[in-house]
Ligand binder design. Structure first.
Ligand code: TRP
Ligand code: ZN
Length: 497
């Protein structure tokens, strides 16, 4: 509450305002989706979140999660009601301290109707008390909550939050986080950012994590299980915290050999992308059977399967590259996915070159040569792949090929200036493919509409660029991939067509 001095002349008007009934016609429900054509019900309309405070308790034996979410937001329209995206069972909702009505609707909407309508452009505090067994909840017929022998994990894309906290679930509404999780003594809870403190009481240990930089909802992660935690600081001064399930079996050695190089790789990537954008770096490897990795902010998720063939630094490079391309600079809409995956894949190509396992150009030539013109690979346009092909292999490989084509077009100097300038220009914000093209044109001084159209938007194999046509003819085209190829492709082995 705050008091305001009212000038005597304004008193009559103020009284009048108070007389207007609560159901004023200007107030309307917030939209059930934020307006992303790929995912019409993801996110919501009418407000913008600045902070999530999650105070949770999880019991691995039964997969029961309970807690309270306190959400600080600001209205962006006059609201009679608004939605959060959420699947667990709600027992109470308060808006600005007063109990509010709530009901679930659609696949994952929690519709909240406050006692009094909310005026546009005012701060609101929403408290949601809830509990539930995440693995039993589904929307659109699936669950992304992964139960493990000793706990559970929320790490998925483009949706993971519904199973553990109510949110405005879209990357365009980023917020800071406090995540506090109580687990039975001997079990650990891993999340994003820095571990502020831990405390033990009556058989439960509470882990208090803080993410003090804006974070997209799908990049918030929670992993509960029995983990060994390691910490160190990179030569460049970035604090690193990694966690390994104690139950990784044969993959334990390779997982550590790879993920323990996080600090070194963060420093190496800083040479291309500029200063690391967050106060902590690291990853975790839980005992799960799913096969992918994910760039969860400051604390990447790795499946043990990534390390089944031995150590794999390429996947670590991919997830760490996303910290700049995807996490600090997030997508405006899911159609902009190329900025995430094309550049994270390209970072793997740069790492391959650094390791002497094939240059970026050789990898680009291999992508180009290994997919003939009739291959459906070329029908996916990385610049706007559509919701079904959002994570198609073409978004990665054709996407990185497009990055190489851009490099060849604008020259190394402009290209590396662009690679480093972009994460600075949009640090902690959101940007689109169109924004990227404009910035690339500005940095290079070249018009790039045709290049972007050919390599990112046409559903067809581009003609070989003149400069490389000779080396890409049938006779001299590469017949075997560069040495790094298999490891690079293993990064997204669950996303093949
Ligand atoms: N962004 C992830 C990566 O490239 C890949 C990914 C896409 C993913 N969809 C996913 C991971 C769903 C987990 C779940 O690293
Ligand atoms: Zn990726």
């Amino acid at each position: 509450m705050h008091r305001r001095m009212i000038a005597p002349g304004a008193l009559a008007a103020a009284t009048l305002l108070l007389a207007i009934p609560a159901s004023a016609a200007s107030h309307s429900p917030g939209a059930p989706g934020i307006g992303d054509p790929y995912h019409p019900y993801y996110g919501n309309g009418g407000y913008d979140v600045s902070h999530y405070d999650l105070r949770l308790k999880y019991q691995p034996a039964t997969d029961e999660l309970e807690g309270t979410a306190t959400i600080e937001a600001r209205t962006t329209q006059d609201l009679s009601s608004f939605d959060l995206d959420f699947l667990l069972d709600v027992s109470e909702v308060r808006v600005n301290g007063a109990t509010a009505a709530y009901a679930s609707s659609g696949q994952h909407e929690l519709v909240i109707t406050p006692k009094k309508p909310l005026a546009k452009d005012t701060p609101i505090t929403v408290v949601v008390r809830y509990s539930g067994v995440p693995s039993t909840k589904s929307a659109y017929g699936f669950t992304t909550w992964h139960r493990t022998p000793d706990g559970g994990i929320a790490a998925d894309e483009p949706e993971a939050a519904w199973w553990w906290f109510p949110s405005n679930d879209h990357p365009s509404d980023k917020a800071t986080y406090d995540v506090s999780v109580a687990v039975p003594d001997g079990t650990q809870a891993i999340s994003n950012g820095t571990l502020q403190s831990t405390g033990s009481q009556l058989g439960w240990t509470r882990y208090n994590w803080r993410q003090n930089k804006p974070q997209a909802t799908y990049l918030a992660t929670l992993a509960i299980g029995k983990f060994d935690i390691t910490t160190n600081t990179s030569e460049g001064g970035v604090p690193v915290l990694n966690a390994y399930s104690r139950d990784l079996g044969d993959n334990a050695g390779a997982a550590r050999a790879s993920v323990e190089r996080t600090g070194e790789i963060v420093d190496w990537l800083s040479g291309f992308f500029g200063p690391y954008p967050f106060g902590s770096a690291g990853g975790y490897v839980p005992n799960t059977t799913t096969g992918y990795a994910l760039e969860t902010q400051t604390r990447a998720y790795y499946s043990p399967k990534q390390f089944a063939g031995g150590s794999n630094t390429s996947v670590v490079v991919h997830e760490l590259a996303h910290q700049w391309y995807g996490d600090s600079v997030s997508l405006k809409g899911w159609k902009d996915i190329w900025i995430n995956e094309g550049f994270a894949r390209y970072a793997q190509w740069l790492w391959s070159e650094h390791e002497g396992e094939g240059t970026a150009q050789e990898l680009a030539d291999w992508v180009y040569a290994s997919h003939p013109a009739g291959d459906p690979f070329w029908t996916v346009a990385p610049g706007d792949p559509g919701p079904d092909d959002q994570f198609d292999i073409a978004v990665y490989d054709r996407g990185a090929l497009a990055v190489q084509a851009l490099r060849n077009e604008i020259g190394h100097k402009a290209f590396f200036a662009l690679l480093k300038g972009w994460p600075q220009k949009h640090a902690y914000g959101n940007a689109s493919v169109a924004d990227f093209r404009k910035y690339a044109e500005q940095v290079s001084g070249k018009p790039l509409a045709a290049l972007f159209d050919t390599w990112l938007f046409q559903p067809a194999k581009p003609a070989a660029p003149a400069a490389r046509a000779a080396s890409l003819t049938k006779a001299s085209a590469p017949t075997a991939p560069p040495r790094s190829w298999k490891k690079i492709e293993a990064t997204n082995d669950v996303h093949t067509r």
